[in-house]
Design a protein around this ligand. Structure first.
Ligand code: ZN
Length: 150
């Protein structure tokens, strides 16, 4: 990754962490799951409204580092309107990216997720970035118990 691109990606992450999108609860009927990353202290609650097999609406609240907040913010933008299968596919793509297994991935396929490519250089940050995705998956499956990255 060249320095210009790295800087651009960092700017996007900082911007999302300062002004997170979809940062609010959804109404009572929505699925809800809590996640915790003990390594960093990040907490996140993901709200998810399904319409059949499609994510009708998704939002989050939480406290954590810039990476965890920005990741949740970008995730909510991406998940809305996706089917369960598409959401699962995005999660797998994202996981490969931040764990360094998607270095040659098609940029079109990564889309907005590409801004987190630099996370793969900081293994301790991987759980910060994936916490919201694990939590969203739990919400989608209607699991009640809190998600921990440990
Ligand atoms: Zn963190």
């Amino acid at each position: 990754m060249n320095d210009d691109l790295r800087e651009l990606y960092q700017d996007v992450i900082i911007e999302h962490s300062k002004r997170p999108r979809n940062y609010h609860p959804l109404d009572q009927s929505a699925h809800k799951a809590d996640g915790y990353n003990p390594l960093c202290g990040d907490t996140v609650t993901v709200y998810l409204a399904l319409d059949g097999d499609t994510v009708k609406d998704v939002s989050f609240q939480g406290h954590g580092c810039a990476i965890s907040t920005a990741s949740a913010s970008v995730m909510t933008e991406l998940l809305k309107g996706k089917t369960r299968a598409q959401a699962e596919d995005l999660f797998r793509t994202f996981h490969d990216l931040v764990t360094g297994k998607a270095a040659d991935a098609d940029p079109d396929r990564l889309g907005k997720l590409a801004v987190f490519a630099g996370v793969s250089e900081f293994p301790v940050r991987v759980k910060c970035a994936t916490l919201c995705w694990h939590t969203a998956r739990a919400a989608m499956e209607g699991r009640e118990e809190p998600v921990s990255t440990e």
